[in-house]
Ligand binder design. Structure first.
Ligand SMILES: C[S@@+](CC[C@H](N)C(=O)[O-])C[C@H]1O[C@@H](n2cnc3c(N)ncnc32)[C@H](O)[C@@H]1O
Length: 232
């Protein structure tokens, strides 16, 4: 069992259920298993999505029939591999990672998993890399420094088309998201992100809280339902 990001008295039970679901519905293949082992050997933080969450991202890609996917926050490439495996032939996934050491491990994990042909890892701060990318993406997964989520949402909108799905991870943060007075910049970033999502008429969205091996957290999910207003 990994140490949950947001511990609770029920953490062991939540983890056991995740293990049961993973075993049944999201079994690790050799590439995914090797990625987690390589991440641990390299001393990367265990902030990867869980296996059921990785499978959920893969299913979103299949449901959406996404061909171009953007990920902000690669770490060791665990979620990247889950998503890359779900892409159709000719699909492309661009993942952005600020830490060169994380990116180096990710690139090796992605190659070992056999999905290098469809994945590009761009090394740099996301706010520097995003302006260099060609739009549009069909699905955008935001999973980096949460304080910058409001900026990532603006970029996601610029890089989207009607129908693009935007997912942001770790938005519950052990319940801290409900605290309007939180001094944590990550909580403030998530709250501002959610406010912007709620107020944007181009987006239709929801947020779901989850429990599992990472503790009590959750994700937001939005779909772009309209083109940006035409400015003449
Ligand atoms: C939660 S981890 C990503 C986990 C990964 N998506 C997975 O599930 O396997 C967040 C990653 O974002 C990276 N990161 C933090 N700030 C960043 C920034 N400004 N630009 C790009 N990446 C950043 C961190 O170095 C870390 O590797």
């Amino acid at each position: 069992m990994r140490i949950p990001d947001y511990p609770s008295a029920d953490a062991e039970k939540w983890s056991a259920v995740d293990e049961y679901f993973s075993h049944l519905l999201a079994p690790a293949d050799a590439g995914l298993e090797a990625a987690l082992q390589a991440n641990a050997r390299a001393g990367l933080p265990a902030h990867d999505v869980s296996a059921p969450q990785g499978k959920m991202l893969a299913l979103f890609i299949r449901m959406q029939q996404a061909k171009r996917v953007l990920e902000i926050g690669t770490l060791g490439g665990y979620s990247t591999i889950w998503m890359a495996r779900a892409l159709p032939a000719g699909g492309q996934l661009i993942s952005i990672e600020a830490e060169p050491r994380h990116a180096e491990v990710a690139v090796k994990n992605i190659a070992n998993a056999g999905v290098s042909d469809r994945v590009e890892v761009h090394v740099g701060a996301a706010l520097d890399v995003l302006p260099t990318l060609k739009a549009p993406f069909d699905l955008i997964f935001i999973d980096a420094d949460k304080k910058n989520n409001p900026h990532y949402l603006q970029w996601a909108l610029r890089l989207s088309h009607t129908g693009t799905v935007i997912i942001a991870d770790n938005i519950v943060r052990g319940g801290a998201v409900a605290d309007a007075d939180s001094a944590d910049p990550n909580v403030a970033g998530v709250r501002e992100f959610l406010r912007m999502v709620a107020e944007n008429p181009r987006l239709d969205a929801t947020a779901i809280q989850t429990t599992g091996e990472k503790g009590w957290d959750g994700f937001a999910m939005a779909v772009v339902i309209a083109e940006p207003p035409h400015i003449s």
